[in-house]
Design a protein around this ligand. Structure first.
Ligand SMILES: C[S@@+](CC[C@H](N)C(=O)[O-])C[C@H]1O[C@@H](n2cnc3c(N)ncnc32)[C@H](O)[C@@H]1O
Length: 230
């Protein structure tokens, strides 16, 4: 499921390494347990990637700090990753994080707050922003605000999320029907996913699209200001 965004993210990071002089700083909205970042870091170690990079993950869940402490324990104990949790990020904090990260290869920073709290940060504060399976947590209004926020805070946005399709909807409903407690939540959350038609309509605004059906129906959506503005 993570493979399409993992490849796109690694490609983006390798491109950034060639043109940047200070630490690369990327941001994940609704990062959850940061499994994507764990996989990316292992792959970058394998490729001998040698450039400081800060993975900032934003998630308001109180459960995430403990999940990350367990997930990154081995990488932290080997000195490959430095892990920290913060609850606020302003422009000055971001500069400080970059200074501190310059002497490490990989920094993982959990920002334990609401993603929309970042709206006051400077334009293009991050080299890249991405998110996976976040959209079904958002209302229609927040869903639009997320794109506005992401394209304000960076020049390149990558989204991996589920794709709404009638066959997938029927399958998900049959599955959820066996668990009445999650039925309505699952169905409403699924209805919040973009359909292929909705995604194709966004190509006019500069988003490019790829869809996948293995192992589940999902889409990769990319926005690149450099490409959009020529
Ligand atoms: C379905 S999980 C996906 C986690 C991870 N990205 C993944 O693909 O495994 C969505 C996560 O987004 C977080 N989340 C939802 N809305 C958020 C918001 N407005 N600000 C910060 N985190 C949010 C939730 O707490 C949850 O951990």
């Amino acid at each position: 499921m993570l493979q399409p965004i993992r490849q796109e993210l690694i490609r983006g990071l390798e491109g950034l390494m060639k043109i940047k002089k200070e630490p690369i700083v990327v941001l994940s909205f609704g990062c959850g347990g940061m499994e994507l970042e764990r996989q990316v870091i292992y792959e970058l170690v394998r490729r001998r990637f040698n450039f400081p990079i800060i993975f900032v993950g934003v998630d308001y869940s109180a459960a995430v700090p403990d999940v990350l402490a367990t997930k990154f324990a081995s990488l932290v104990s080997k000195g490959i990753v430095q892990l920290k949790t913060i609850s606020h990020l302003g422009d000055d904090d971001l500069s400080r994080l970059k200074n501190e990260a310059a002497s490490h290869r990989f920094s993982v920073v959990l920002l334990n707050t609401n993603a929309f709290d970042l709206k006051d940060l400077r334009e293009n504060s991050f080299n890249l922003i991405y998110h996976t399976r976040l959209r079904h947590h958002l209302t229609a209004k927040e869903s639009n605000q997320l794109d506005e926020l992401a394209t304000h805070l960076t020049t390149k946005v990558i989204e991996l999320d589920d794709l709404f399709s009638i066959p997938a909807f029927i399958l998900a409903s049959i599955f959820a029907w066996r668990f009445p407690a999650v039925l309505s939540g699952a169905i409403f959350s699924y209805l919040r996913d973009f359909s292929k038609k909705e995604l194709l309509a966004q190509e006019a605004d500069g988003w490019t699209l790829a869809t996948f059906s293995n192992p589940v129906w999902c889409h990769l959506r990319v926005y690149d200001k450099a490409v959009t503005k020529g």
